[in-house]
Write a new protein. Structure first.
Lengths: 837, 125
């Protein structure tokens, strides 16, 4: 490596043909990250503009005391939608979308490891998000604040379907985010350029890895919370109703356990982007790379210790509050490390007078101010004064706009040359920057003052005597200035952004791999790298890559390929056969969105039909996803290195995806278990006082036995599979088919046992949480039943044997997880009260 | 083989922060239970049960974090796998040490309030 021999005739043309996107309307079925990434970013930016428009309406209403431009009903919907859309439909999706586009390119991978999954995540978000936004036009938008606290948002005080739009709409969009996170973890760890060991991993990749790990740990909490609140609203299961043994604080704990990491989930990718842009703008490597990696990891962990700082005024014990106050201060250390690293890098280089630099400097200024007010509100007594005032609004807009929006604009100007046939305009960019920068400071700095003067959040007007009028007018003026800046950016976009394949070369003279020459196949060959800034340190790298002198210059399997590498050293392990365009994912996403929207608007039969169709399209899509080894067998990727085209076991990328999915499922389960113990702590009177109130011990013992038996059968099926095709596949098939009713029987026994005691979920918090544990287990049983039967069908179709067994391995992994989860649930429900009594 | 190796090495690398997480969870749950179930007023050895327990947990967490730091520094225990002088091993060893150092600060910061702040509130012990 690099291989000096010339490449054969037609090899490049074949590569281009294989990666060519479909034409006409079929272009929408493309799954390649270069296209899906652009659509995804574009949709997220659309939501930014829409939510910003809502903000302008609110600011207009607040410009003067006692204006009556809009009434309080609409105002409540506006602030709820502004917050919800910005946080759920813009902030997280845009950073995920940018990574869909950038991450493979930065690691010289040809695509993400599961392109159809990210296409599904995009389309589900597109359909679901737009439908959710349209609720505004019917007066059905959620109106309980973006954090939707019960009891206000429960069935008594919010009887309409507004809250259901939020719960079902956002709950399902979070599934999109989690799917993306699974992809990012596997992408960062398993699809890198050979030689791109962990010490040479771009900071952006580190940031996305931590982002994705945080998503899979934190986002299940919002899924659990929305599940519980929807069950309360729809079926009156009283999780949050104090009189029946529930507690409104349970929602707050679950929501903020998600909600606080969520803001760092938003910030870390932006910080990662800044760590890539600053060295390029300053033309010098990042100062303190290892400490910046420490900071990213440290932020990821410590941010999970902050959530109660959103609940300082709820009457929780003083020392408990202090733990969160301390952690909220401690988390500023890693942020500070990064800020100093960036400043040092700028100081040690020669920073270019270009638009990305402006947005980076603006980010530093605004984000640091936001961080400082963050440490202020981390002080409990100060927060007791500032909570629910405009001081908090000022703080979080400074950290979010400073910490994510400015880096996003910097990223647009910086990376546009890789996505567009023309760069964006320097002149318009600087105009946009100054308008947005001045506008943000005028709007939100003033709000610190308004807040300290006592103006509360979420009020549609105020009286003149409070003296808030002039400050609100200033903030409104600032908001329109921001609007003007965004408009300038939109003009720039319309004039100059021409997707898809940018061919402008390494305009900034940057050092990282996304700036290699590329086509729709990404790079002609996949390089071996020996440095963190390969384009600066490895001479002739671009020419050698373009000439095909590295790995995989052609497509020997006749399909799309990339290299899977080991997670620490990035040693090539096998060649991943990547799927191509597919309409199935688009339809699966459409019907998934339709299912959730149908439930929301209470059209149950159409919703059910759409749900079934969604499952059908997902299964149809999955059918191609386990191709087995390619016909050509092992292939020589270059430099004498031969790699398999298929693998199974812990090295396989889908095995990793299943493990991560198990963590997600486990976290949702953990949140429901937390709810069980939390409600027991708060309302022990509703817990069974003796074993007599519980189901007889034979029910859970029977259920456990059936669960374990099903696991044994699946294990046996696996043993028999390792003899196929030399021996018959029927033992495997029969074992799997029998495992399904055993598993179903187990959960049925549990539910029957509870019903027999007369316990009902709507009578108490205890009943609600017990039946929720059972229902969640039932959901997993249903999913596994489908997976088990699907595996049997694969076998009948001749697609399953001892070599080609990923489908079975994934089913088996998840099955054993499902059984283990069921056993833990049985233990908690049946052993814990007996231990107390 | 490289992949299961990865889980062990990376869990050790972030070991300090895993200890922080466990410490945080335990002290928070303990104080919450002490206040919810009204046993915060108990005293042992002349100390309130909450400051005593939190202090003990803090010292244990600090000690465990120091063990992780020293194992990495001396390339012992789980850090034996990092003995080959490769840039990536040096990087993982460095990160293990700095993560542990950050954790020491965070654990101490989290534990100190128990010495100063009343467990439940002014009205309750």
């Amino acid at each position: 490596m690099p291989n000096p021999a010339p490449r054969p005739e037609g090899e490049l043309e074949e590569l281009k043909r294989i990666w060519e996107p479909p034409k006409g309307i079929h272009f929408l079925s493309a799954v390649n990250n270069n296209y899906v990434g652009v659509w995804y970013v574009g949709t997220a930016f659309l939501f930014f503009v829409l939510a910003g428009a809502l903000a302008l309406i609110m600011r207009t209403q607040l410009a003067q005391p006692e204006l009556r431009l809009i009434g309080h009903e609409l105002y409540n919907q506006l602030f709820t939608m502004h917050g919800t859309i910005m946080m759920f439909l813009f902030a997280v999706p845009v950073v995920e979308a940018l990574s869909v586009f950038l991450l493979p390119n930065m690691q010289a991978a040809r695509d993400l490891p599961f392109p159809r999954l990210s296409a599904y995540a995009f389309w589900a978000y597109f359909f679901g998000g737009l439908a959710f936004f349209c609720s505004l036009f019917f007066g059905l938008a959620p109106n309980g604040g973006w954090f939707m606290y019960p009891p206000l948002t429960s069935y008594i005080y919010s009887p309409g379907i507004n809250a259901d739009f939020w719960l079902l709409g956002i709950g399902f969009i979070e599934i999109s985010a989690i799917a993306g996170a699974i992809e990012i973890i596997v992408g960062v760890l398993k699809t890198r350029a050979p030689g791109q060991s962990l010490d040479k991993l771009p900071v952006y990749s580190w940031a996305m890895l931590v982002f994705a790990l945080m998503v899979i740990v934190a986002f299940p909490a919002i899924i659990a919370a929305t599940l519980l609140l929807e069950l309360e609203r729809a079926f009156h299961w009283p999780f949050f109703i104090a009189e029946k043994g529930g507690d409104p604080l349970l929602w707050q704990h679950l929501f903020w356990f998600f909600g606080h990491p969520e803001v760092y989930v938003i910030f870390l990718p932006a910080a990662g982007m800044v760590s890539m842009i600053v060295p390029a703008m300053a033309q010098t490597p990042l100062v303190g790379y290892r400490l910046v990696v420490l900071a990213v990891i440290g932020t990821g962990f410590l941010s999970f210790g902050l959530w109660v700082h959103h609940m300082f005024t709820t009457g929780l014990p003083q020392l408990s509050l202090s733990f969160f106050s301390a952690a909220s201060m401690a988390v500023s250390i890693p942020s500070g490390i990064q800020v100093f690293a960036w400043i040092a890098t700028i100081a040690s280089g020669k920073v270019q007078n270009k638009t990305p630099t402006y947005f980076i400097l603006g980010f530093l200024f605004i984000f640091v101010i936001g961080g400082l007010t963050g440490v202020m509100v981390a002080m409990v007594p100060f927060d007791w004064q500032a909570h629910d005032t405009y001081f908090i609004v000022a703080h979080f807009h400074y950290v979010l706009i400073g910490g994510m929006v400015f880096p996003m604009f910097a990223a647009f100007y910086y990376w546009a040359p890789t996505a567009s046939q023309r760069p964006l305009s320097e002149t318009l960019g600087k105009w946009a920057f100054w308008l947005i920068f001045i506008g943000v400071n005028v709007t939100f700095f003033t709000m610190h003052i308004t807040g300290l003067m006592g103006m509360p959040r979420r009020t549609y007007t105020y009286i003149a005597e409070m003296g808030w009028g002039p400050f609100n007018l200033i903030s409104t003026f600032g908001a329109y200035t921001i609007g003007a800046g965004v408009l300038v950016f939109l003009i720039d976009l319309a004039k100059n952004f021409r997707p898809y394949q940018g061919d402008l070369g390494n305009l900034w003279n940057a050092g990282t791999l996304e700036w290699l020459p590329s086509g729709n196949y990404q790079t002609r060959s996949i390089p071996v790298i020996t440095s963190r800034e390969p384009l600066w340190d490895q001479p002739n790298l671009s020419d050698d890559v373009e000439a095909g002198r590295y790995y995989l210059p052609g497509a020997q399997t006749g399909g799309r390929e990339t290299i899977v590498t080991s997670p620490i050293d990035a040693r090539p392990q096998y060649v991943l056969q990547i799927p191509g365009p597919s309409w199935r994912t688009v339809f699966a996403a459409f019907f998934t969105a339709a299912f959730f929207i149908g439930l929301t608007i209470k059209l149950y039969t159409p919703a059910f039909v759409c749900g079934v169709l969604a499952v059908v399209f997902v299964i149809w899509w999955l059918w191609d996803s386990d191709p087995g080894p390619a016909e050509v067998g092992e292939i020589e990727i270059g430099g004498g290195l031969k790699l398999p085209t298929y693998t199974t076991g812990p090295m396989n990328h889908s095995w990793w995806a299943m493990i991560i999915l198990m963590i997600v499922a486990g976290m949702v389960f953990g949140c429901i278990v937390f709810s069980y113990f939390f409600l027991w702590t708060i309302s022990p009177r509703t817990w069974p006082l003796s074993a007599a109130a519980l189901p007889a011990i034979w029910w859970p013992i029977g259920a456990a036995a059936l669960f374990v038996a099903s696991s044994l059968l699946v294990w046996l099926a696996g043993r028999k599979l390792s003899l196929v095709p030399e021996r018959s596949a029927w033992p495997t098939r029969i074992a799997l088919v029998l495992a399904v009713p055993l598993f179903i029987g187990g959960i049925a026994l549990e539910v029957l046992g509870q019903l027999e005691t007369g316990l009902r979920p709507s009578e108490s918090g205890y009943g609600a949480v017990v039946y929720t544990l059972a229902s969640y287990q039932g959901f997993l049983v249903a999913v596994l039943a489908i997976m088990g039967l699907y595996t049997v069908v694969r076998s009948l179709a001749g697609c399953l044997n001892r070599v080609r067994r990923s489908t079975f391995d994934n089913t088996q992994l998840f099955w054993h997880y499902g059984v283990a989860q069921g056993l833990v649930a049985l233990l908690i429900i049946h052993a814990f009260p007996r231990l107390l009594g | 083989m490289g992949d299961t190796d990865f889980i062990r090495k990376s869990l050790f690398m972030v070991g300090g922060l895993l200890i922080w997480g466990a410490h945080f969870g335990l002290v928070y749950i303990f104080n919450a239970m002490a206040c919810a179930r009204h046993f915060a007023g108990l005293r042992y050895l002349g100390f309130g049960v909450v400051p005593l327990t939190v202090s003990v947990l803090t010292l244990v967490a600090l000690a465990a974090t120091i063990v992780v730091l020293l194992l990495a520094f001396w390339r012992r225990g789980p850090a034996r796998a990092l003995r080959d002088q490769k840039p990536v091993n040096d990087f993982m060893r460095y990160t293990t040490i700095t993560v542990a150092a950050l954790s020491l600060i965070a654990v101490a910061w989290n534990g100190i309030p128990a010495l100063v702040v009343p467990p439940c509130g002014y009205a309750l012990p």
